[in-house]
Design a binder for this molecule. Structure first.
Ligand SMILES: N[C@@H](CCC(=O)N[C@@H](CS)C(=O)NCC(=O)O)C(=O)O
Length: 237
């Protein structure tokens, strides 16, 4: 009789995360762009986790986050004794723990590019993030187009265009959905909210990401939330 044995390295990697049980601490789905990234990645790749939501900008927010991470920010991933904070570190941890799921592109050059794009997103685009904050429920057409935000939109569009012309018009940035798409999903949300006009191929990508089941699930969660942060609900003149 033939026995089925798991590859020991794969089995150990799989074991660590699943045995521990994963808990992802996030902020409000409507506003927390950093929380959206690992949540979408985990959901897209069918990585089971318990969701813990902490409402942002409340008197008790800092204390509630401090129970999980002294960095004072969400998202935080708790895997047994291991705590991982910061969206990018969480995505890297998940990619390592679930190597068979290919959260990053499989090709080494594409993986380097995907990582560079996520790192640029993580440390950059401050003007876009400041002038065009994420608010999934809102509609702010034409708002926030500061010079800096427009430059950020242009740079993001260029990167997407390069990826999509290499991957194919109907694909995600690196073909299959990857961490890179999860990482740019909050930008897609902003492009929807602020009605950013894009070249047809980029608009089609925005629609593809918006319709991805994991992204659609996050949006549905944001639409169901009843808590609101008034400071982010009205765009000042
Ligand atoms: N670079 C961090 C940024 C995390 C961040 O700024 N999170 C915001 C919510 S989206 C937060 O926790 N704010 C805490 C607060 O408002 O008290 C990451 O990538 O995780």
């Amino acid at each position: 009789m033939q026995s089925t044995e798991l590859d020991p390295i794969l089995s150990q990697a799989l074991g660590d995360a699943t045995r521990a049980g994963l808990k992802l601490v996030i902020g409000n789905k409507n506003y927390s762009s950093w929380s959206m990234r690992p949540w979408v990645a985990m959901t897209a790749f069918n990585i089971p986790f318990e969701e813990v939501k902490i409402l942002l900008d409340q008197p008790a927010t800092s204390m509630a986050i401090a129970e999980y991470s002294l960095a004072g920010r969400v998202p935080v991933l708790v895997a047994g004794e291991t705590t991982v904070w910061d969206s990018l570190a969480i995505c890297e941890y998940l990619a390592e723990q679930f190597p068979e799921k290919n959260l990053w592109p499989q090709n080494v050059a594409q993986r380097a590019l995907a990582r560079s794009m996520c790192a640029e997103m993580h440390s950059g685009f401050g003007d876009l993030r400041k002038a065009m904050w994420m608010n999934i429920r809102a509609s702010f057409p034409g708002k926030g187009r500061t010079t800096g935000a427009q430059a950020d939109i242009g740079r993001i569009g260029e990167m997407w265009e390069d990826c999509l012309s290499a991957a194919g018009a109907h694909q995600f940035l690196f073909g299959e959905f990857s961490i890179a798409d999860a990482y740019f999903a909050p930008v897609v949300m902003r492009f929807n909210t602020y009605d950013v006009s894009l070249a047809p191929a980029l608009q089609a990508y925005v629609e593809r990401v918006t319709a991805h089941p994991a992204v659609a699930k996050w949006i549905a969660g944001a639409l169901q939330e009843t808590d609101s942060l008034p400071a982010y609900d009205i765009y000042p003149d």
